[in-house]
Design a protein around this ligand. Structure first.
Ligand code: PSU
Ligand code: MN
Length: 324
């Protein structure tokens, strides 16, 4: 398989430094819209070959909406913002692609390993190079058994200290949704529904939990991002929750059935830690005869499109402000 030219860390790159593609660095230099995309959903969230197709499609959607896509991953230890074609392929088909959260980045750098970045790691790297918009499927959150297992995704704590707006469709129903929203509140992460006052339930349009804030359009989201900066809240993350429509969602009956099966099996197989999310996603796919995979792909496409539109609105707003 074609492996990128820097599949082992390039001697010239300083350990711990972030590699940015020329196109993205040029776009950031002229404050053009850029959208970060994560790679864990490619390596661990979707099956082959759908994962590679979807990764390419998400990039294409961002481009069509007028922004530059920046898929993030770790290649030979080097955190890379804007994976090349062969690197994207490596994320999708590589045998041993680790799932890297923010805390794993330095360890992977020292070991020169390849790895896919979660929401936490992607958000961190995006913010580090000045990308404000990030699109994904669902956030990690508080697991249902968290009272015993303490399993709470590092995505939440990372967003509390990372200036990035994440467009997602809430968290999967395999998690404890109300507890996740409580954690986001405690951590000071702003959450708003895009044209909804209900927190989306990933596969489902509505998780059953209400939201305090809603945004009417992309311009309002862009204004919110600028307001963070003016208010000295520029260190904080922002969740833009973008639901599927009811026509696009997974059949709720099928959903509840898959959820019961998945959770039951998780317990009896004793799956733990970072294997929990990929395991449940795969069980959902089997249980729904592939329907959950189609819905998952729809979610990622929609969020890539919305994040790009917000990035475009943000660039326009900043241009307007600097003209004043
Ligand atoms: N949600 C999905 N698909 C995914 C993930 C979340 O629908 O693939 C990935 C994201 O990368 C997220 C990670 O950051 O799972 C959360 O993993 P954990 O629960 O182990 O923190
Ligand atoms: Mn976890």
């Amino acid at each position: 398989m074609a492996v990128s030219k820097h599949a082992t860390a390039r001697p010239e790159s300083t350990i711990g430094s972030v590699e940015i593609s020329a196109e993205i660095s040029e776009a950031l230099g002229r404050s053009a819209p850029v959208v970060a995309l994560e790679s864990t959903l490619i390596s661990h969230g979707l099956p082959q070959p759908d994962n590679l197709h979807l990764a390419r499609e998400a990039e294409e959607i961002v481009r069509r909406a007028g922004a530059v896509p920046a898929t993030v991953g770790v290649i030979g230890g080097v955190p890379t913002v804007g994976l090349e074609a062969a690197e994207l392929e490596l994320m999708a088909t590589g045998e041993e692609i680790a799932k890297l959260s923010a805390r794993d980045l330095a360890l992977a750098a020292a070991k020169r390993s390849h790895g896919a970045t979660t929401v936490a790691a992607t958000a961190h790297l995006a913010a580090r190079v000045g990308i404000r918009l990030f699109a994904t499927g669902g956030l990690g959150g508080v697991h249902r058994e968290a009272r015993e297992s303490w399993d709470v995704s590092a995505d939440l704590a990372t967003l509390a200290r990372t200036p990035v707006a994440v467009v997602c469709s809430g968290v999967k129903s395999i998690l404890d949704v109300p507890a996740t929203l409580e954690q986001l509140e405690t951590l000071g992460v702003s959450v708003a529904g895009f044209r909804t006052r209900r927190f989306p339930g990933f596969y489902l349009a509505d998780s059953g939990s209400p939201l305090d804030w809603t945004m009417e359009n992309e311009e309002e989201a862009a204004r919110t991002i600028v307001a963070f900066e003016g208010l000295g809240l520029e260190g904080c993350g922002f969740v833009v929750a973008n639901p599927l429509s009811e026509e696009e969602q997974l059949d709720p009956v099928l959903h509840d059935q898959a959820l019961r099966a998945g959770i039951g099996e998780l317990k009896c197989r004793d799956v733990r830690g970072k294997d929990v999310t990929p395991f449940l996603l795969e069980r959902f796919r089997e249980e729904t005869g592939g329907e959950s995979l189609e819905v998952n792909k729809r979610i990622i496409r929609n969020n890539a499109r919305l994040a790009a539109r917000i990035a475009v609105a943000l660039a326009a707003l900043r241009a307007e402000e600097s003209d004043r």
